[in-house]
Design a binder for this molecule. Structure first.
Ligand code: ADP
Length: 400
């Protein structure tokens, strides 16, 4: 069985064709500048990387190009299937499900109507996913398609964890609550952690730290998410590349007044101009910040310290809600690649049974799982490369 995974953004789109027989990636790539002059498709397959520069006025054009690359290759190279009949189904990444969908869902007209209704929950992301689904339905009529939601893994949170302390009637009327994000990643790495340790996931208490441009931390008990740091939107939780993370909402009102911003402008500011970028004034990229800190820049140091401190507080809080901890997992760009940040987060938690082995922690990310805790650490600390596309493909295949 071959599954095409589509992750559509408003002007870009990523894809992977996965052979579920052995879960190998047959081809992957992306389209850039959809609807903007200068369209480009990059297709990686058969050990090569091929670029096609071609305008893509809309997502349907982009999907048509992807299918052409998969069946005919780019410039005759990198073809991996002979026709699109070989694609058994398409799995679409969707950021927000609201309360409408608790799990992976097969696409039909009714489902897409509901998707339109909940699009306002994630105005930056869900409308793009809808474009991707509609494009695939236009180009591959009749093909089975699944929606795989970033929020699904968090659907198991208990009510006292997902609710905000607002008027309960308003929660009921407007569905304002914590939904979380990065669920496919948290699901993947928690499953991989149990597999790696040879333990039954049902018996493990885990904290999974997905630390990338956007960062979220989840408490996972027996394989089920019981709390997560992102909220109604991905703005909540730890400080991120450009997002503030948790902030007193009254401070936003005050800032909007002082800076003459509307609420929309205030939210754009909190999403795009804050986080480690805002604190450092240098970059949202942790590689730049580490270089600046090493060169003596104190605001880069401050940004990194604030990030690590924010993460440490969630680790502590989630140890409390889990009633202990067996495994701490780091994943995504920062989690997989920055020993210094892992050290800053975990340092000082020895009293809670978390001890790093500094030699193991300084390992280079080679795409495999690394155990970075000391031999006598009660809590296992693992670095696990995430694979959200594989989860989407597995969920889609399982639904069929
Ligand atoms: P996204 O949320 O966009 O998927 P990523 O998971 O790719 O983000 O994470 C991006 C972050 O990871 C950036 O801050 C970047 O500096 C950091 N990062 C990625 N690769 C490395 C690396 N090899 N060394 C250090 N930091 C890295």
């Amino acid at each position: 069985m071959k599954i095409l995974v589509i992750n559509a953004g408003s002007s870009s789109l990523k894809y992977q064709l996965i052979d579920m027989e052995n879960e190998s990636v047959l081809a992957k790539g992306g389209c850039e500048r959809i609807g903007i002059p200068g369209g480009k498709l990059t297709h990686k397959a058969c050990g090569g990387s091929y670029v096609l520069e071609q305008e893509m006025p809309n997502h349907t054009d982009a999907i048509s190009l992807v299918l052409k690359a998969l069946t005919d290759g780019v410039g005759g190279q990198g073809a991996v299937i002979s026709s699109m009949d070989e694609i058994d189904a398409v799995g679409h990444r969707v950021v927000a499900s609201g309360e409408a969908f608790k799990k992976t869902t097969l696409v039909d007209d009714e489902v897409m109507k509901t998707m339109d209704v909940i699009a306002e929950l994630a105005p930056l992301h869900n409308p793009a996913a809808i474009l991707g689904v509609n494009a695939c339905r236009a180009v591959m009529p009749g093909k089975k398609m699944a929606l795989v939601f970033d929020t699904s893994f968090h659907a198991t949170m208990p009510d006292y964890a997902y609710l905000y302390a607002i008027d309960y009637d308003d929660y009921k009327a407007y569905h304002v609550r914590r939904y979380g994000a990065h669920g496919t990643s948290h699901k993947y790495v928690s499953g991989e952690a149990a597999r790696y340790l040879g333990k039954d996931i049902g018996e493990l208490k885990m904290i999974t730290c997905h630390l990338g441009n956007g960062s979220s931390i989840s408490a996972v008990k027996g394989g089920k998410c019981i709390d997560t740091s992102m909220g109604f939107t991905p703005l909540a939780g730890v400080p991120m590349g450009t997002r503030s993370g948790d902030i007193d909402v009254a401070a936003i009102d005050y800032l909007c007044h002082k800076k003459g911003m509307t609420m929309d402008e205030g939210l754009n500011y909190l999403n795009k101009k804050c986080g480690v970028l805002g604190i450092s004034g240098i970059s949202s990229d942790f590689r730049d910040l580490e270089a600046a800190e090493a060169a003596g820049n104190d605001r880069a140091r401050l940004a990194l310290d604030m990030f690590a401190y924010g993460c440490k507080k969630y680790v502590g809080a989630y140890m409390a809600v889990l009633g202990g901890l067996d495994v701490l997992v780091f994943t995504a760009g920062i989690g997989e690649n920055t020993p210094e940040i892992r050290e800053k987060i975990v340092g000082g938690l020895e009293a809670f049974g978390i001890v790093l082995d500094s030699a193991r922690n300084s390992m280079k990310n080679d795409g495999t799982i690394h155990e970075i805790s000391a031999a006598d650490s009660r809590v296992k600390v693992l670095v696990i490369p995430t694979n959200e596309e594989l989860v989407i493909a597995r969920e889609t295949a399982a639904l069929l």
